[in-house]
Write a protein that binds this ligand. Structure first.
Ligand SMILES: [Zn+2]
Length: 354
């Protein structure tokens, strides 16, 4: 069980030089140049400015660290917090996270069903950034479909394969975008659950989607809703709103089937997440930004969140959320079994690796 090579809990400082960043002269989503300062993120003495595009309301890092830099950061950070907790604490924290993922899964299935896009038995479902594979394997099980994944962490991909039966076909979206699917290998659903905001190059995402999405297939994604909550974070080159997602998908010839803001499963009153379902459009006619967007809805959204947090509404929210979004017994049991299996597997991996 001992792993002498474990690094300390805190992230080590990582330098960011001018060679590590890419400046954007225009908005990376709509190509506009009506950009205003939005926020300055500080991370281990590194300052990263965010700008907001007044054309499409996208908030983005500018300049943005390149993928190599992020790969180094992820490589250093991935398992570092794991060893800081005792085994029972670790299992409990993992269990909580798994319950949330199972609830997220239910929400994603409900989104597909409500739009009449439920996958047929035997359909092929691909999750980009599938981690341990819980979400995509649960969705696949629900629809009697087959689960595929893209995941850079070898350890997580191993779990996804052995515990979830997820076929991990590539480590990264970059590599997926270079691979040509053979006939019959394209995907009926491509899922991004809290992944699109982490990507450096959105064009590569759409290049991969263009190649891998089957005719009639859908893209399903969830991301933080930056209209109600500041979602700037060292791992988030982009912070999306409904307007910027419409522009992003419209600009790549996708038609939005549904786009909803909802706090499920974390909050009833604060619509913290955006869930989008899109399919290829007949033609890309709707890609012109309506701007200039003064950011009024953003000020209103952030104000509403503050109002909930600073008043007794926070209690109302807590009660409503526990009533409306309580996890079922089956989800709790499944999470508990999986947390134990993950932990046992992680310790085996430690022993193998150490
Ligand atoms: Zn824009």
């Amino acid at each position: 069980m001992s792993a002498p090579q474990k690094k300390p809990k805190n992230l080590p400082a990582i330098a960011l030089t001018p060679d590590d960043v890419i400046p954007h002269a225009h908005c990376p989503v709509c190509g506009g140049n009506d950009l205003v300062p939005y926020f300055e993120l500080t991370f281990h003495q590194i300052t990263i400015p965010y700008q907001r595009c007044r054309g499409c309301d996208l908030v983005f890092m500018n300049p943005v660290p390149n993928q190599d830099w992020y790969d180094r950061l992820y490589g250093q950070a991935f398992w570092e917090t794991k060893s800081a907790k005792s085994a029972p604490e670790e299992t409990q924290a993992r269990q909580k996270q798994l319950i949330k993922e199972l609830q997220r899964t239910e929400k994603l299935c409900a989104t597909l069903d409500a739009a009449g896009c439920s996958p047929k038995p035997g359909a092929r479902l691909l999750e980009i950034g599938c981690a341990f594979g819980l979400i995509i394997s649960s969705i696949a099980e629900h629809y009697q479909a087959t689960a595929f994944g893209v995941e850079p962490s070898e350890l997580a991909a191993g779990f996804a394969q052995t515990l979830g039966g997820v076929d991990v076909i590539a480590p990264t979206i970059d590599q997926l975008s270079e691979m040509e699917p053979e006939p019959g290998q394209q995907m009926d659903v491509i899922l991004f659950s809290h992944v699109m905001e982490n990507v450096v190059d959105l064009n590569k995402v759409f290049k991969a989607v263009d190649r891998w999405l089957a005719p009639g297939g859908v893209v399903l994604m969830e991301t933080p809703n930056s209209t109600v909550q500041n979602s700037t974070h060292i791992y988030h080159p982009y912070c999306f709103s409904q307007a910027s997602l419409r522009q992003l998908f419209g600009g790549h010839d996708f038609e939005i089937v549904s786009l909803r803001a909802s706090g499920r499963p974390s909050s009833t009153l604060i619509p913290r997440y955006l869930t989008l379902l899109a399919k290829r459009g007949a033609d890309g006619g709707q890609a012109t930004p309506s701007g200039p967007n003064g950011g009024f809805d953003r000020r209103l959204g952030h104000g509403w969140r503050e109002a909930v947090k600073r008043t007794p509404l926070v209690l109302v929210d807590r009660i409503l959320t526990s009533l409306l979004y309580a996890p079922g017994d089956a989800a709790k049991r499944r999470a508990s079994d999986l947390a134990a299996a993950h932990l046992a597997g992680a310790h085996l991996a430690d022993e193998d690796g150490g």
